[in-house]
Each structure stands twice: as structure tokens, then as C-alpha cells.
Write a protein that binds this ligand. Structure first.
Ligand SMILES: [Zn+2]
Length: 229
């Protein structure tokens, strides 16, 4: 199949899958990932996980790490580096996602990955609202190196149309929000499908956020991310 037919096939499939997912959704009150109650850090077999720079595994990876700039909801620079990290196993799964997307003429664009607990504390100091920021006392799945925020881009790097911009804390960012153009629904569904196929789970309230399977087995981390030259 050429690219056009293959894309049409995928979009048709995704549209059906998207509606199926909606029917399966339960009407649980919305809660943002950053605000989700987290269990206390659990003793883990993987007590000293290593976080790896995603670019070491995906050199061409597109990124837009807004926490490394003041262009984020806190208005402050929170990271010294704009290069995202994840635990090794999650990073390896992301390589498979990227390779699968390449076969469709697409690629990933990453906003955030591992977030040191110290940064979570800074976020909380600036914005102590648990509707939007996880209390560092409990931590976020990002603090475990097991969550990633990302979207899709075409082969030229242009982001695909999605329902909202990153970190839009409105109902429109919910995974089941449907009062948007069908192309945005299809793009959102494609992101969810390819991520879930490779071990990540989406979040109902943020279309861009995915947790790596088994995140509970990884401890909260406060390993600083070094600044780039
Ligand atoms: Zn997130």
C-alpha cells in the first residue's frame, strides 16, 4: 500500500477504535495526572533504577521541553537540560514506538519525561494546587522516570493537530473530549494506540500523558539532570 492508502486505512481503524474506547470509558470524575493520588513509594526490586537520556537511544528524537524554559504553567525555568530521560525499560519501549511510527511517516515529539523530585517540590511551591500539580509528599509518576508527555509529528517535524496545546488544564484536554474536529480525534487515538501497544497507558484527563507499565515498582527519584553545554 502506498502512504496515502495506508494512512487512510489506519485512520479508519483508529476512528472505530476511538469510539469503542469511548463506550468503554467509565464516568469517573476527572483528575489530572499531575494531581492523581499516588501510593507511597513502595520498596522495589528495582531499588536503583537508572534513568537514560532518550537521545542516546533515539538520536533524532524531537523535543520541546518547556520546563527548561519559562514558557510553562509556572512561568519559571525548572530544568537545566532540555533533553528528556526515562528509566531504561521505558526508554527501550519508546524506541519501538518511534520505529513503528516511522513506518507511517510519523515520529514522536516529547515534552517531558523523568522529573527529579526536587523539581516537583519547586512546582508545588510555585503552584500548590493539587488539581494541577502532584504534591511532592506523594510524588508523580514522572518522578519515577516512568511517565512521559508527548505528541505526534509528521516526517518534517510538524506537530499533528491535537485537541489542545500541551499542559492545557481544561476539559478539552480529556482523552474522551469529542467536541473537536475528527482529525484531532483520529490523531489523539493514533497516539494512544501506538503507546498502549508498547506498554504505556494513557490518562483520561491529559491526552499527552502516558505511564509506563509497572510504574509502581520504581521508586521516586531525585537524581539531578545535568545541564548541557
Ligand atoms: Zn505528564
Amino acid at each position: 500500500m502506498n502512504y496515502k492508502f495506508r494512512t487512510l486505512f489506519w485512520y479508519g481503524f483508529l476512528l472505530v477504535a476511538s469510539f469503542s474506547t469511548l463506550w468503554a470509558c467509565s464516568p469517573v470524575p476527572a483528575q489530572l495526572d499531575t494531581a492523581s493520588p499516588e501510593v507511597e513509594p513502595t520498596p522495589s526490586e528495582k531499588s536503583s533504577p537508572q534513568v537514560v537520556e532518550l537521545r542516546t537511544l533515539i538520536p533524532e528524537l524531537l523535543t520541546d521541553v518547556r520546563y527548561a524554559t519559562a514558557d510553562n504553567f509556572t512561568g519559571q525555568v525548572l530544568y537545566e537540560s532540555d533533553s528528556p530521560y526515562l528509566v531504561q525499560e521505558a526508554a527501550e519501549s519508546l524506541v519501538v514506538v518511534q520505529n513503528e511510527l516511522k513506518s507511517l511517516g510519523l515520529q514522536l515529539l516529547v515534552f517531558d519525561g523523568y522529573r527529579p523530585l526536587g523539581v516537583q517540590k519547586k512546582m508545588w511551591e510555585v503552584f500548590p494546587d493539587n488539581r494541577y500539580v502532584a504534591n511532592p509528599a506523594n510524588g508523580s509518576r514522572h518522578n519515577r522516570g516512568c511517565a512521559i508527555d508527548l505528541t505526534l509529528a509528521d516526517s518534517t517535524g510538524k506537530p499533528l493537530a491535537m485537541p489542545t496545546d500541551y499542559d492545557d488544564f481544561t476539559e478539552k484536554a480529556h482523552a474522551d473530549y469529542m467536541n473537536i474536529p475528527v482529525q484531532q480525534i483520529v490523531n489523539r487515538a493514533l497516539l494512544k494506540l501506538v503507546m498502549e501497544k508498547h506498554g504505556f497507558t494513557g490518562l483520561r484527563t491529559e491526552w499527552w500523558h502516558f505511564d509506563f507499565q509497572g510504574w509502581r515498582n520504581y521508586p521516586l527519584l531525585d537524581i539531578p539532570i545535568p545541564a548541557k553545554d
